[in-house]
Write a protein that binds this ligand. Structure first.
Ligand code: ATP
Ligand code: F6P
Ligand code: MG
Length: 528
């Protein structure tokens, strides 16, 4: 047991809205659980300010569940592993840069991995897998590895694929999965199960789980999907059902909080290099050439950020977290002129969510459309920026050769690279071990390099964005030497004032003309 968690023996208390009860944890460790609501967070206080943010366990609502020895004990592949089973009190620190004066203080998550006791008779496990949201490299690898871990490590034979995302639970038949069926799917992009947005109906999904006697649900998807998984877990728990819900976080945008990085992100950044290289080659081969590349990133600009840092050919990276402006000192036009004078060409990378307000304002567009899941639909910043730059140079009668490359779907519809494949394997195995160990309502993922079980609500309460006040963004700025657009608010305010006074002048002129017309300019009546 690590010294950051209190020693075994003592008891603690659960403080809910109206629930107070004493408890002793499974492993006999102690502390206090502070629950936000009846099914809410399980927080255990350890020594020296250490806090374990624990995940729910089936025994929280089914306290008399039977346990079984983990069959991995007799698996020859694992026989050489010295400490194969994870101890119940092994935890992973959320922050590993600590103060030497109090190194233990902070948040911890339960370490993931196989436990020696499991809560399912493996012959009775009926597992299902669903993929939701946009595509991401590695989806098929995760599916493959969940199937193989269930089959080979635990001897599970009833594994079903839910077809077409959440709505597939109640609108489609399931498809049986086994190691043969999934054998080489990791070499393909996409998801063999299909995916969708929208269609999350908790009660229909839970009824379908109940009707099909499913007792382990593996849900692969982004922030929206994980919110949906949390609702399913809560509902199953309310029904008192013995069903483990495991979330595997997926997002090309890398916008899921707490975990180090989401799978497929590295593959996407690598693929984006091909577009950036092409943009650079085009730009440097022609007079005043600009290569403009649009990359995915709805609210978070990680792909653009890392693709820029990796490339070193990019002169300017525009992301949703840094609003930019075109005209005036410190604006994009100034910088483009400067770079073209200096180098004769340049490369701009723009995340799809960047500059949405600027564009909406300039085109008088509404920002209200959403997709079936409620995500904001974006205007094409790449095309708009291309046109603005072309117009600007044409107005000044200067040459500009701009080449626009939009590899949007190409970077996410590909198979995962080698590193992501290994990462997907660990995620899948963690999820299976966690479900078998009786945990539910959890998401798997690496925290500071070690895989952990994280309560689902912890990863969905906020979306992760590029932190523009940390050293990683500073590295990008120092590599591109692009403007920081720090005067954004001031410039936009001045622009708005200018527009408003222009509008006032126009309406004054119109009023004057109307009154001239009504009095009749030649002394005649305005009424004809
Ligand atoms: N707040 C929510 N509660 C319940 N279900 C949700 C919620 N938000 C989204 N969902 C459901 O989750 C599924 C996927 O959501 P969404 O389309 O937003 O993709 P995502 O999981 O966020 O992945 P990505 O954004 O990476 O493509 C959809 O079926 C949607 O109905
Ligand atoms: O066009 P689709 O499939 O809805 O997906 C587009 C969105 O999905 C993502 O890849 C992931 O959320 C975003 O970057 C992008 O805006
Ligand atoms: Mg999302």
């Amino acid at each position: 047991m690590p010294s950051n968690i209190e020693e075994a023996g003592a008891s603690g208390s659960i403080i809910g809205n109206d629930v107070t009860a004493s408890y002793t944890t499974e492993a006999g460790t102690s502390g206090s659980i502070i629950a936000g609501d009846i099914t809410g967070s399980k927080v255990e206080r350890g020594v020296a300010g250490a806090i374990l943010e624990d995940v729910p366990h089936l025994t929280d609502w089914l306290p008399t569940l039977q346990t079984y020895p983990n069959p991995l004990k007799h698996n020859p592949a694992y026989s050489a592993v010295k400490q194969y089973f994870v101890e119940d009190d092994d935890v992973v620190a959320k922050n590993i840069v600590v103060k030497i004066s109090n190194p233990w203080e902070g948040l911890y998550f339960r370490r993931s991995g196989p436990r020696d006791k499991i809560y399912f008779d493996t012959k009775e496990v009926r597992a299902c897998i669903v993929t939701c949201g946009g595509l991401c490299p590695g989806l098929n690898t995760v599916i493959r590895e969940i199937v193989c871990a269930l089959w080979n490590q635990y001897g599970v034979r009833d594994i079903f694929g839910i077809i077409g995302g959440y709505k597939g639970f109640y609108a489609r038949n399931t498809s049986r999965l086994d190691p043969k069926i999934v054998n080489d799917i990791h070499k393909r992009g996409g998801t063999i199960l299909g995916t969708s947005r929208g269609g999350h109906d908790t009660s229909k999904i839970v009824s379908s789980i109940e009707d099909r006697s499913i007792n382990q649900v593996y849900i692969i998807g982004g922030d929206g999907t994980q919110k949906g998984a949390d609702c399913i877990y809560e509902e199953l728990r309310r029904h008192g059902m013995k069903v483990a819900v495991a979330g595997i976080p997926k997002t090309i945008d890398n916008d899921i909080d707490v975990i180090d990085k989401s799978f497929g992100f590295d593959t996407a950044v690598e693929e984006a290099q091909r577009a950036i290289n092409a943009a650079h080659t085009e730009a440097e081969s022609i007079e005043n050439g600009i290569g403009l590349v649009k990359l995915m990133g709805r609210y978070s600009g990680y792909i653009a950020h890392y693709a820029t840092l990796a490339s070193r050919d990019v002169d300017c990276c525009l992301i949703p977290e840094v609003p930019f402006y075109l005209e005036g000192e410190g604006g994009l036009y100034d910088f483009v002129h400067h770079r073209l004078r200096e180098n004769g060409h340049m490369v701009i990378v723009v995340a799809e969510g960047a500059g949405q307000e600027l564009m909406a304002e300039s085109l008088d567009l509404l920002n209200g459309s959403i997709d079936a899941s409620g995500n904001r639909l974006l205007h094409d910043i790449g095309l708009w920026l291309c046109q603005k730059l072309k117009d600007h140079f044409a107005d000044r009668k200067e040459i500009l050769n701009i080449k626009y490359i939009d590899p949007t779907y190409m970077i996410r519809a590909i198979p995962s690279n080698a590193a992501d494949n290994v990462y997907c394997t660990l995620l899948a195995h963690s999820a299976v071990h966690g479900a078998m160990a009786g945990y539910s309502g959890f998401t798997v993922g690496p925290v500071n390099g070690r895989h952990a079980y994280i309560p689902i609500h912890r990863v969905t309460e906020k979306q992760r964005c590029v932190n523009t006040s940390d050293r990683m963004w500073a590295r990008l700025l120092s590599s591109t030497n692009q403007p920081g657009f720090l005067q954004y608010e001031k410039v936009m305010e001045a622009k708005r004032k200018k527009e408003a006074s222009k509008f006032l002048k126009i309406s004054d002129a119109n009023d004057k003309r109307d009154s001239n017309n009504s009095t009749g300019q030649n002394g005649t009546s305005g009424v004809h």
